[in-house]
Design a protein around this ligand. Structure first.
Ligand code: ADP
Ligand code: NA
Length: 344
């Protein structure tokens, strides 16, 4: 039976954190039931900001281990690293010629990551969204589980698919490669965003996204943190002086409180309203204790399993090798068709 195809990726840039877990990986695990899934360690994206990374091989294995420890089945689904399937780079080049400069100039993530010294950002960082579009479309994937920060890149992916379909429309029709009534070659993939965990914020500053690159270790829970570290970081997490409200309205203008309640909801797999019903009126100290217990219960086993898996690099490398072969087998015929369409 036909199952819709999911693609998503995580960068092996170290410090895998709770935002990556609740915003993306938990969703990856859930989608296995209803979809065929391709989960990629996007190592080519990882060198856009920092070129030389001596720990890159270890970081690739760590993300792979996180996928498996969280519950992704690497036999039923496809788990691999991007650089091993050359079709990603080939299609990205075509997309560099499809996407317009004006489109990329609007990408807010480039502005954030390039910072003030934009002239010194790599051209790879600038063109990153084109490679991301290729990652997805080289499999003709239709669903992409991501955090909210990736929504704009997904819109660009759809714009690229549409322009390719339009510009090459006559050629696609001539070759008989169009799908459905619209006759387009590429689908328009949709983001799948977890509402409770769309945007997990820093534990030190509720207005900044929790991120791998934040210099403060106390800003994030890393997936490999042990129980004591999780407890210590949550104890130090910034809060305000008011109690937990019993309705979502009471979280307005309280970014730190809203973030911790959102984290609880994400970890518990409950809507925020249910968490507020349970804790409304409680002081933060009591809520933080319950959050710590839940975070330890949910995260410590994942971290422990990750450590066990990375201790067996032969196993991880075998998973990545087998996954790359299966991914390449799907991508190669699609890339051959792209070459026919373009005229290579
Ligand atoms: P990072 O943004 O930490 O560098 P990636 O770019 O590899 O990590 O993102 C991997 C996935 O994790 C993406 O789907 C992204 O949207 C999601 N993600 C990253 N940070 C957060 C966050 N703070 N809250 C929710 N999702 C997040
Ligand atoms: Na990101």
């Amino acid at each position: 039976p036909f199952k819709p195809l999911v693609f998503s990726g995580v960068q092996p840039t170290g410090n895998l954190h709770l935002g990556n877990y609740l915003g993306a990986i938990v969703n990856f695990v859930a989608l296995q039931k209803s979809h065929d899934c391709i989960y990629c360690v996007v190592d080519m994206h990882a060198i856009t900001a920092t070129l030389v990374q001596p720990d890159l091989p270890a970081q690739i294995r760590e993300v792979t281990a996180a996928f498996i420890a969280a519950g992704i089945d690497p036999v039923k689904q496809i788990v691999f690293n991007q650089s091993r399937v050359s079709a990603h780079a080939e299609l990205a080049w075509v997309f560099n010629c499809v996407a317009r400069l004006g489109w990329l100039n609007r990408m807010t993530q480039f502005k954030d990551k390039a910072g003030k010294d934009r002239e010194n950002a790599s051209t790879g960082l600038y063109a990153y969204p084109n490679l991301m579009a290729a990652d997805i479309l080289v499999y003709k994937a239709t669903h992409v589980p991501v955090g909210e920060d990736q929504k704009q890149h997904l819109e660009l992916t759809r714009d690229i698919a549409q322009k390719f379909n339009n510009d090459f429309g006559p050629r696609i029709a001539e070759l008989g490669l169009g799908r459905g009534e619209a006759g387009g070659f590429f689908p328009a993939p949709e983001p799948l965003i977890q509402p409770q965990a769309a945007r997990i914020m820093s534990l030190r500053d509720g207005t900044k996204k929790m991120s791998k690159s934040d210099p403060s270790e106390y800003s994030r829970l890393n997936l490999t943190d042990d129980a004591d570290t999780i407890a210590q970081k949550l104890r130090k997490a910034k809060t305000d002086a008011d109690a937990i409200p019993s309705e979502a309205k009471g979280l307005e203008g309280r970014p730190e409180a809203e973030n911790l309640v959102g984290i609880f909801a994400g970890l518990a797999g409950k809507p925020v309203t249910a968490v507020l019903q349970d804790f409304g009126g409680s002081q933060f100290s009591a809520f933080k204790q319950a959050l710590t217990d839940l975070a330890v219960e949910r995260l410590a086993p994942v971290g422990g399993e990750m450590k066990r898996l990375v201790a067996d690099p032969g196993y991880i490398d075998g998973v990545l090798r087998a996954g790359a072969e299966r991914a390449a087998a799907i991508a190669a015929p699609i890339m051959d068709e792209v070459k026919d369409i373009v005229g290579f």
